[in-house]
Write a protein that binds this ligand. Structure first.
Ligand code: ATP
Ligand code: MG
Length: 407
């Protein structure tokens, strides 16, 4: 197992300065699985202030908890001092952390055995909870007493679902029982933290685990907006097996809402609550609108509906529909064609700019009304989106008196 260069370089500097240093957590797990780690975490006996003094470029990411980010070979590496955690008074975070000198104590605070391994520069694996064996058995098992661990930090419940889906793991029976017993521990967990796990879920092959996602009580226990997933996943599960992998990221989040009452609006509120940003949330809303119409048998690839959705959402919806239709070549081609043939996506795509309308004598509100009507006619295929055709139509409208208001 080769430790990726950016982490290796950090570990060498720490070791040369006399400290212990290990690659830890998800990166070790992913290397054992032959996956590319998404981020690199290093654990060390060095204290945060020592870490800061050893590297040129650092960030105080979570200095009170011992974490300093170090810039190395083009990426940020999180370097965290070995630590043990005090009691969890609030079900979210430890009341205090205490720096310790050995890596095993640090590994004991981690959530699952597969995440509680450390690897040193000589390739030696520190694995006190047999995470490697669990990986080979494809088993997700909490470190220590699962009930206590989930009660300490309810985010681990969501992480359990995320890891079992992402890595195709089965829960160890005691961990499984604890998940049901402690489901309420999700209540005090911040949506942003849950959101980060759901984003990772949206990049995983979740379509192969819809029964798990549909049957977990977690969404309901956390209340809205998470509770809406309680309708979204069962709807997807009821659609039978999906043969294609879903598109990763946003379109997956949108797919989770296709089967939800009021899906478009709820998808937007869900996305906003999970800190996705307003624009992204609006795009998701409109994509759900199209996909939901399609799922109800409406011809959602019409120029009017595509225009209303906007280009980004229409493209997202096309990918969602390709997934829902299991790659049905006819349907996929139809959406591609409709998007390619869409005459315009926005008023600003009109071949006759507003300046020309002003030059033709239109004023104030007339301009917007005229544009709106031109857009409608183009979408209906009544006129072409070309300067001459539009100019002729504007003149005809003026002759008819369409743009002069009542009377
Ligand atoms: P990914 O590959 O998706 O980043 P990860 O396992 O690395 O997954 P991170 O959130 O990056 O997850 O956390 C890094 C490590 O920190 C974990 O592998 C685990 O050892 C520990 N950890 C993270 N969150 C928790 C938690 N809530 N409780 C206990 N340990 C945790
Ligand atoms: Mg990680």
């Amino acid at each position: 197992m080769r430790i990726p260069a950016p982490a290796r370089e950090v570990m060498e500097v720490l070791q040369n300065a006399g400290y212990a240093a290990y690659l830890v957590g998800g990166a070790v797990r992913d290397l054992l699985l032959g996956r590319t780690p998404s981020d690199l975490d290093v654990a060390t006996s060095a204290r945060p202030e020592d870490v800061r003094s050893l590297f040129a470029r650092t960030l105080d990411t979570g200095i009170r908890h011992g974490t300093v980010s170090v810039w190395s070979a083009g990426c940020w590496i999180e370097v965290t001092t070995f630590r043990a955690e005090g009691p969890y008074g609030d079900g979210r975070r430890p009341d205090f952390v205490r720096f310790v000198d050995d890596v095993e104590a640090d590994l004991a605070r981690r959530d699952f055995t597969i995440n509680a391994m450390a690897l040193d520069l000589d390739g030696r694996l520190v694995d006190p909870f047999d995470g490697r064996g669990d990986l080979a058995r494809r088993l997700l098992r909490a470190v220590g007493d699962p009930v206590a661990r989930f009660r300490e930090d309810g985010l681990r419940l969501v992480r359990a679902v995320r890891f079992s889906v992402q890595l195709d793991l089965t829960c160890d029976p005691a961990t499984e029982a604890a998940l049901a017993e402690t489901a309420d521990a999700i209540r005090p967990i911040a949506l942003e933290r849950i959101g980060r796990e759901l984003v990772r879920l949206s990049h995983a092959p979740w379509h192969a685990h819809l029964q798990t996602l549909a049957s977990t009580p977690l969404w309901r226990r956390r209340g809205e907006p998470l509770a809406w997933l309680e309708q979204g996943f069962p709807w997807l599960a009821s659609q039978g097996r999906f043969s294609l992998a879903p598109p990763a990221g946003w379109p997956s989040v949108a797919l989770w809402f296709v089967g939800v009452d009021n899906g478009p609006l709820r998808a937007r509120r869900f996305a906003e609550a999970l800190a996705y940003g307003k624009d992204a949330a609006r795009r998701i809303e409109r994509a759900v609108q199209l996909a939901q119409a399609w799922a109800r048998g409406v011809d959602a690839a019409s120029p009017e509906m595509l225009y209303e959705a906007g280009r980004a959402s229409a493209e997202m919806a096309a990918r969602m529909i390709s997934f829902l239709a299991r790659g049905d070549v006819f349907e996929v081609a139809r959406w591609k064609r409709a998007i390619r043939a869409q005459p315009l996506w926005d008023r600003s795509d009109l071949a006759l700019p507003a300046d020309d309308l002003i030059a033709m004598g239109l004023r104030g509100k007339e301009i917007g009304e005229c544009q709106k009507s031109l857009v409608r006619q183009i979408l209906r295929g009544e006129i072409q989106n070309q300067p001459d055709a539009l100019r002729r139509e504007v003149m005809a409208r003026r002759k008819r008196g369409d743009d002069h208001g009542p009377g």
